[in-house]
Design a protein around this ligand. Structure first.
Ligand code: AMP
Ligand code: FE
Ligand code: FE
Ligand code: ZN
Length: 310
């Protein structure tokens, strides 16, 4: 579960970087005006890319990245919206990976979306996600009146399918109060309906993003009980890992402190972001942010695609 409430983060709409404030000390990432982790209806967010860009701007952000799960299909709309709003847009994606059966999310920025190896990986993950969701629906259908059509009705055409779409379908059926409740109840692994999907190991995920000219940042790396072991972190650094998302509501203070030291020692980038999913999660745009200095490092290091600059 989340260990930070939204109110613990920087104030919404904060416009000035606050170097060296208690937020920086506590979460290991100075704040700024960039929110580099946001989802749209091209994966499991509830708003179109242009609406996500507008939400970032309303929260005082000057820079945003659209990081849908395993797809770049929202980039064109987001880039267009960013141009209209005079914002910086950083093309991004949250690539699914898996370490010993546990899900690991790797944010990629400014990579080439046509890179063959990365494309093959994302296509395989998205395919596997469909079969996996169908299997979960069959499992749930043993005990509930629930079908694949229920899930399709909650999923935009071409979107990366995930458990949140199943959750939304359970809500529409009246089996759960909201998406979070569906995750806590029917979708909780203890209920036995869970099925996993294919995902590459984290080192492969990082290597693919780097090979495509991108910057790889581990998303919410200090989530409760979800820290990668030090040996794997070192392997990721050898694979070209760019940094850690230290500002995220799911990170624990203790894990964040440890990764802050590692980031310092290995001279890695540290980011902070909201992981906005529209109405699908309580996360608010700009609740964690990335400093101008760290944004500049990402923009300098990513060579596979171009940002939209104001
Ligand atoms: P999947 O990738 O299909 O296994 O689903 C994981 C996604 O579900 C994450 O990216 C989150 O967006 C979402 N998620 C996980 N836990 C929760 C929760 N408790 N409430 C709402 N969304 C959640
Ligand atoms: Fe998600
Ligand atoms: Fe994630
Ligand atoms: Zn995310």
């Amino acid at each position: 579960m989340d260990t930070q409430q939204a109110g613990d983060g920087p104030q919404h709409g904060q416009l000035e970087p606050s170097h060296g404030t208690s937020d920086g000390a506590r979460f290991g990432a100075p704040s700024g005006t960039a929110d580099l982790h946001m989802h749209s209806s091209h994966s499991d967010g509830t708003e179109a890319p242009a609406e996500v860009v507008a939400a970032a701007q309303r929260a005082g952000m000057r820079t945003m990245s659209l990081t849908d799960h395993d797809t770049t299909s929202g980039w064109a709309e987001a880039a267009h919206a960013a141009r209209r709003h005079g914002m910086t847009f950083v093309p991004g994606m949250e690539l699914s990976a898996s370490h010993e059966g546990r899900s690991v999310h790797v944010l990629g920025y400014l990579f080439d979306p046509e890179h063959a190896g990365l494309r093959r990986a994302t296509e395989r993950i998205r395919d596997s996600r469909v079969g996996r969701a169908e299997a979960m629906v069959r499992n749930i259908g043993r005990d509930y009146d629930f079908t694949w059509e229920d899930v399709l009705a909650q999923t935009s055409d071409g979107a990366t399918v995930g458990r949140p779409h199943i959750a939304d379908a359970l809500v529409a059926r009246g089996y759960a109060h909201d998406r979070s409740a569906a995750f806590e109840e029917i979708l909780h692994p203890r209920r036995g309906y869970f099925v996993s999907h294919y995902a590459p190991d984290p080192a492969t995920a990082v290597s693919l993003i780097v090979a495509a000219g991108g910057v790889a940042v581990i998303a919410h790396p200090a989530g409760r009980g979800r820290m990668l072991p030090p040996s794997v972190l070192q392997e990721l650094i050898r694979s070209g890992l760019g940094g850690f998302e230290l500002g995220h509501r799911e990170n624990t203070d203790e894990g964040t402190r440890a990764l802050r030291r590692l980031a310092h020692d290995a001279d890695l980038i540290v980011t902070g972001s909201s992981d906005y999913h529209g109405s699908g999660k309580p996360n608010r745009p700009g609740e964690y942010t990335t400093s101008d200095a760290m944004l500049a490092r990402i923009l300098a290091a990513g060579t596979g695609s171009a940002p939209v600059l104001p």
